[in-house]
Design a protein around this ligand. Structure first.
Ligand code: FES
Length: 275
């Protein structure tokens, strides 16, 4: 049996922010891989999505190609600058003449930026605070999310409801993608599949949100008096356990969906009809 007398003791100087070790870390594994992957993927997404938002073309495949596919970055297209056919019937911002993607950007972006998982990921990856478990903080001081601007992260629960509105809209887009105007009326193409998978992933990501789980199971003393909320909580809890994976999958796929629509709209590829 190991006792304090014969145990090997590794001296650690306590000193950095949050009382961590004064050495970078005692970990011997490749702890830096996780923050490196986070920085790489998030940077690639930000660069691609910024370009896609401002390029302001090739975001809609319409009747000329017998399809009805719209990029999720541009939906709902409600500006005066939307290309003809891209859901322009309910245009509300006639005065908007720059890229329509800027109108819809705030909701999904705010939801992702304030997501509890992404916060952990980008605090670790970009801010090194800390880079990983049991690794020294990159900064001498730690103030958490108690002050401006990070205290604004608390609005995440409200962005959850905004995200649900976007999910409904993108689900309608996925249903509309079954339309094949001028080519049989209804069908199923690779583009339809891409928009459907995108909508499903976005729903799974949103419903696995911690705010959604709290909405169902939080603020009550006894589940027995709220059987419906309890059932919902039981449904969402396992989904919540996969929130990280769903966050990445939906992020990458939303960019892929835009990319696919863009390839078809620009004529680089044709959208194969499956049936
Ligand atoms: S915690 Fe990630 S979306 Fe709500």
């Amino acid at each position: 049996m190991t006792t304090l007398d014969n145990a090997t003791v590794t001296p650690v100087a306590i000193g950095r922010a949050r009382g961590g070790p004064d050495v970078l870390t005692l970990r011997q594994d490749r702890w830096w891989v996780q923050p490196l992957v986070t920085v790489t993927v998030l940077t690639a997404f930000v660069v691609y999505s910024t370009w896609a938002v401002f390029v302001n073309k090739d975001y809609y495949v319409g009747i000329a190609m017998h399809r009805d596919l719209i990029s999720p970055f541009y939906s709902p297209c409600i500006a005066g600058s939307c290309v003809p056919g891209s859901r322009g019937t309910d245009v509300v911002a006639y005065w908007w003449h720059i890229t329509p993607a800027l109108i819809v950007l705030g909701g999904p972006l705010g939801f992702r930026l304030t997501c509890y998982y992404y916060r952990r990921a980008y605090y670790r990856g970009f801010w090194q605070s800390p880079p990983n478990c049991a690794v020294a903080d990159g900064h001498r001081r730690y103030t958490g999310e108690t002050r401006f601007p990070l205290i604004l992260q608390n609005v995440h629960r409200y962005f959850f409801f905004i995200a649900l509105i976007f999910n409904v809209i993108l689900t309608i887009d996925a249903v509309m993608a079954f339309r094949m105007p001028g080519a049989g009326g209804i069908g199923f193409s690779v583009g339809t599949l891409v928009l459907c998978v995108n909508a499903i992933l976005l729903w799974l990501y949103s419903l696995s949100c911690h705010a959604a789980r709290h909405l169902c199971g939080g603020g009550m003393r006894k589940f027995s008096t709220h059987p419906f909320r309890y059932r919902l909580w039981r449904l969402l809890t396992p989904l919540n356990g996969h929130h990280m994976q769903l966050a990445w999958a939906s992020l990458v796929f939303v960019a892929f969906t835009d990319f696919y629509v863009r390839l078809v709209a620009s004529g680089v590829i044709t959208d194969p009809k499956l049936f």
